[in-house]
Design a protein around this ligand. Structure first.
Ligand code: SAM
Length: 331
């Protein structure tokens, strides 16, 4: 429900000081009414977790990607100094509002309007790049524009899994490497959003499909944080949606849909009470349920590792996910 400071000042302040994320823009501000949150002030606990992971030292030069309200940029500047803080926001309107709010609050920071996935070369090199929007593919300019020994901290996720916090250390040879930690579901940087779309649009009655049964219940592969993190890392471009019968989450009957918007492939996984035998239908060039179950089997075979045992290495040629050791590439 929208809340206006002028109309409800007390409630507005209460929300500002609550340990909750606050949506500050919907639908990139296009007024379409679709209702997708496109900017928010992050939950203060998450802000603290990310600042802690960034290990900011006074005097560090910092690039924040995703200015939003400007709140986190002011916190960064408090630690490293105003002259050392650059923050970049892709949305013109948000950037302008943050710029003026920061001036009003006494923090006249360098708020750049632009695409933060390109970094911001004029103020590079940075000691820290801190992104407050999530990525699937780590933008290489963040590595190029960070000094050797510096850190890049960002939420990282897949189409299947909302994400974990990634902390990379930048090496002097153009690569960076580090581990995942923390549970940080963030909105994606704009050009890495997976397409939205309703199940009815993607799963059409005229589609043919192959039908099998499985005894795998979605409780673990979809519901377990580390299992779904590993599956998302190994199965690219696969989204999942759960649809309850009669829109009633109280019912034990529901269908999990797996969808790849790129190829038009989908799988449905029908869960009901009774014998542990669930119908699976698969349509399209990708057999998404088979991909999911083999990634899940792999995760079980390697001992069901927590997501914190995974890491990522970025090179000019791309990124790869590893388990325990950068040499043990798994995705
Ligand atoms: C979770 S909000 C950031 C919260 C913010 N740090 C604060 O303190 O309020 C994520 C922001 O990233 C912005 N964003 C998305 N893609 C971007 C991009 N490619 N470059 C810069 N900003 C981007 C969004 O417009 C949104 O404002």
């Amino acid at each position: 429900m929208p809340l206006h400071r002028a109309a409800s000042p007390d409630e507005w302040l209460e929300v500002c000081y609550a340990d909750e994320p606050i949506a500050v823009q919907l639908d990139d501000g296009d007024g379409s009414g679709r209702g997708y949150v496109s900017s928010s002030a992050s939950m203060p606990t998450t802000v603290a977790l990310m600042l802690d992971a960034a290990e900011l030292e006074p005097g560090n030069r910092v690039l924040e990607v995703g200015t939003g309200t400007g709140f986190n940029a002011a916190l960064i500047a408090t630690r490293v100094g105003m002259d050392n803080t650059t923050t970049i926001e892709i949305d013109d309107d948000l950037a302008a509002k943050a710029r003026s709010a920061l001036v009003d609050a006494g923090w006249p920071l360098d708020v750049v309007t632009g695409d933060g996935t390109k970094g911001y070369p004029p103020n590079a090199p940075y000691d820290r790049v801190l992104s407050t929007a999530a990525v699937h593919e780590l933008p290489y300019p963040w590595i190029e524009q960070t000094a050797p020994g510096g850190r890049v901290v960002t939420p990282w996720g897949s189409a299947f899994h909302s994400g974990a916090l990634l902390r990379l250390r930048v090496n002097g040879d153009g690569t960076a490497s580090g581990r995942f930690n923390g549970d940080t579901g963030f909105m994606w940087v704009r050009d890495q959003r997976t397409p939205h779309g309703a199940v009815e649009d993607r799963v059409r009655p005229e589609h043919d499909y192959a039908e099998t049964v499985t005894d795998i219940h979605p409780y673990e592969p979809v519901g377990d944080f580390s299992a779904s993190f590993a599956i998302g890392a190994r199965v690219p471009g696969m989204k999942s949606t759960l649809v309850y019968d009669d829109d009633d989450p109280g019912t034990q009957r529901y269908t999990v849909y797996l969808m790849d918007p790129g190829s038009g492939s989908w799988a449905s996984w029908r869960i009901q009470t009774g014998p542990r035998e669930y119908a699976v239908r698969q349509h399209g060039p990708r057999l998404l349920f088979d991909e999911l179950s083999s990634a899940y089997q792999w995760w079980q075979d390697v001992g069901e590792p927590e997501h914190t045992r995974f890491g990522l290495t970025v090179t000019p040629g791309g990124q790869h996910v590893w388990l325990d050791d950068p040499a043990n590439v798994v995705a």
